[in-house]
Design a protein around this ligand. Structure first.
Ligand SMILES: [Zn+2]
Length: 78
């Protein structure tokens, strides 16, 4: 039963392109500099149904690669 509980907590992490830049998102949340293309940190429960990603930080890929996203894969497709 414990395995099921752990699966609920376990999350997947990724950094994904929004396909849009400053005009929509403004400057990078982390460094305050302009982004040509804004990326977002996303996570979802490993056992989530469907495409239920939730977003965290917005900005440059290099600025978002920290904490739980340090090894996250980068998805360049918007
Ligand atoms: Zn930045």
């Amino acid at each position: 039963m414990e395995a099921i509980v752990n699966k609920d907590i376990e999350r997947e992490y990724r950094i994904k392109s929004t396909g849009m830049g400053m005009a929509y998102y403004g400057s990078c949340e982390r460094c305050g500099k302009p982004c040509q293309i804004t990326y977002k940190q996303q996570s979802k429960k490993a056992n989530a149904v469907g495409n239920s990603w939730s977003s965290a930080g917005f900005g440059h890929v290099e600025c978002l690669r920290n904490g739980r996203w340090a090894d996250a894969k980068v998805d360049h497709d918007a």
